[in-house]
Design a protein around this ligand. Structure first.
Ligand code: PA5
Length: 328
């Protein structure tokens, strides 16, 4: 609920950090709640930015990077191994690198290699700090001459989120109740169905339901869904699903596509819930949708008697990761 204040805190530092140079592309590296920053930057940039943004959610950097590439490593904790490995490999290859973290080894590595490090406040769950990471990146790009979002637009989105957060909370309460009674209590698999370019938001929804509510989730995205997944519904093996539809009401083609998906799902289930995004532009719609994803998944986790913050399996994986990657 404090996301508008988080955005405002990054606005106070807008322009403090900048990268000099001319770039052909930006590669954003990050995992989980930090990786979503790359997804959102990619969608926002493809709408109106001047540079292509590539997203890397692993330790493997693309081969094509060169002196005209900018690598942005994002890790809230600063200790995520895949991100650290990619960052180190980028510096070893002599690439331009920038890091965003609340501290951790990534900050140390950045200082050691002389790379720019943007420090954000710590003490939060990575996924809850999305505005801190995303808007720090947007501010950095805007100040460096390859703007994706202007300061004015960022300010407007903070006001929008402030004005809509109570609505987002009541929408989230209704959604959490539906997810609880129609999906989890009935043991139905949650399918998040949406249309391009909202695939990044559907993925964020999945991740939030995975982590905060401890749920398995499937993501279906039109129109690609119409070219493969849809055939799987001809002779379905799994019938127990509930469908969360996410649509942008100003995208009439997107709405029609999701209506078509509903007509196919309806042969299996009539259990569906539609979330209509609010906001004047893509940034505002993504932030509104992300807020609803965070609040509803947290409420659902609590309804299930679980701790939304705890991510035991991620911690287990992180304790094993140094052995898997042979990283000391
Ligand atoms: O939201 C979470 O807690 C996770 O998805 C983390 O973001 C993920 O494990 C990566 O950690 P970090 O964001 O600290 O790099």
């Amino acid at each position: 609920m404090s996301w508008p204040e988080m955005i405002k805190s990054t606005l106070e530092k807008w322009g403090v950090h900048r990268v000099d140079g001319v770039f052909d592309e930006v590669v954003v590296v990050g995992m989980g709640g930090s990786g979503v920053v790359g997804d959102y930057l990619q969608v926002l940039s493809s709408k109106r930015g001047s540079l292509p943004v590539y997203v890397v959610k692993s330790h493997v950097l693309p081969h094509f990077l060169d002196s005209h590439s900018l690598v942005l490593a994002v890790s809230y904790s600063g200790n995520t191994l895949e991100t650290l490995i990619a960052f180190k490999r980028a510096t070893e290859r002599g690439l331009r690198v920038v890091a965003i973290s609340s501290g951790g080894l990534l900050e140390e590595e950045a200082r050691r290699s002389g790379a720019l490090h943007v420090k954000i406040p710590g003490g939060l769950a990575p996924r809850a700090s999305l505005p801190l990471m995303l808007y720090s990146a947007l501010g950095l790009f805007d100040s460096s001459g390859f703007s994706i979002t202007s300061r004015g637009e960022a300010e407007k989105s903070a006001v929008f989120l402030e004005e809509s957060r109570e609505l987002a909370l009541s929408v989230s309460r209704r959604l959490a109740e539906w997810l609880y009674s129609e999906c989890t209590l009935q043991r139905r698999l949650v399918v998040v169905a949406t249309h391009a370019p909202l695939d990044v938001l559907a993925l964020r929804f999945k991740n939030e339901l995975n982590e905060n509510s401890k749920l398995q989730v499937k993501v279906d995205v039109a129109p690609e869904w119409m070219h493969n997944d849809v055939v799987g519904y001809e002779v379905p093996v799994f019938r127990d699903i509930c469908v969360l539809e996410i649509v942008d009401p100003s995208d009439s083609v997107g709405v029609e596509l999701v209506d078509f998906m509903r007509s196919i799902y309806s042969e299996l289930t009539s259990t569906s819930h539609r979330l209509e995004l609010r906001g004047d532009n893509t940034l505002e719609k993504l932030m509104y949708g992300s807020l609803v994803a965070g609040l509803s998944s947290t409420l659902l986790g609590t309804m299930r008697g679980l701790d939304p913050l705890a991510t035991r399996s991620i911690q287990l994986y992180k304790s094993r990761a140094p052995g898997i990657f042979q990283y000391n």
